[in-house]
Design a protein around this ligand. Sequence first.
Ligand SMILES: Cc1cc2nc3c(=O)[nH]c(=O)nc-3n(C[C@H](O)[C@H](O)[C@H](O)COP(=O)(O)OP(=O)(O)OC[C@H]3O[C@@H](n4cnc5c(N)ncnc54)[C@H](O)[C@@H]3O)c2cc1C
Length: 265
Amino acid sequence: MLDFEQDGEGVRATFSNGEESQADLLIGADGIHSRVREQLTGKLALRYSGYTAWRGIAPTPDKAFQSGETWGKGRRFGLVPLSGEKVYWFATDNRPEGETDDPARRQAELLELFAGWHYPVPELIGTTPRGDILRNDIFDLPPLKKWSVGRVTLLGDAAHAMTPNLGQGACQAIEDAVTLAGCLTRFEEVSEALARYEALRRPRTARITRQARQVGEIGQWGHPAAVWLRQHFARLLLPVLQPRLLDPILSYEPDRSGKQFPPTT
Ligand SMILES: Cc1cc2nc3c(=O)[nH]c(=O)nc-3n(C[C@H](O)[C@H](O)[C@H](O)COP(=O)(O)OP(=O)(O)OC[C@H]3O[C@@H](n4cnc5c(N)ncnc54)[C@H](O)[C@@H]3O)c2cc1C
């Protein structure tokens, strides 16, 4: 989609192949670089997190893995077992924004970076098909003050791109969709439905965006004194912080009716 125009009757979207489409509403679910958002709010600067991330899926016959993360000095490694003898893994490292690499050297570079880390870190990197390792600089979007205008709204990363530290980007997009569907069912007037949807979703997604960023900042600490402190206090603080941070995220029931107001969490 290139462009849209709206009036009291509907929204008209124009596409790069010259086609046009008319509808009652437009949902900009077009990701972190959203064109719809740019037209609604003007161009906004994304915030670079200070680190880059690699991701891969490794085949493994070892069924004993549990999901988890290991935090080192300015770098992290995490894994999530998948079905079918596969493990999803990710790795991070503090890097300048926009650094490029040679994809053919990516696996070797990662093996150097994580040499000496505990089992199965080097093993998972080493058994991932070489061409299948993704690398992305990590950005988020400072929480928006508004993301709906009239018959146009945003959903998912277009509305609230967040760092992946709480594993919530796609999850929040799904919650958006459930809530938006509820609001559109409840309110006849499209602009009213979109305003309610935004009011229900904006506080929660802004809070999770902030928390995800903070978790990433602490996880990426690289100064030896900070890392020492983190290591020693983690054992004490994690049992207290983890339920306070994760329980409200994971126990949330999205509003399917558009009725719940003000939002509960
Ligand atoms: C390293 C990393 C790890 C992550 N880990 C997790 C995780 O564990 N759990 C989790 O929940 N989330 C995770 N995420 C976040 C998750 O990937 C995103 O939040 C999610 O993909 C957002 O979905 P979306 O549909 O809003 O946007 P996208 O998935 O970006 O989809 C947007 C779509 O819009 C299309 N598009 C863009 N511009 C236009 C245009 N002008 N016209 C038409 N179409 C257009 C794009 O081609 C794309 O298909 C991670 C992200 C990263 C980078």
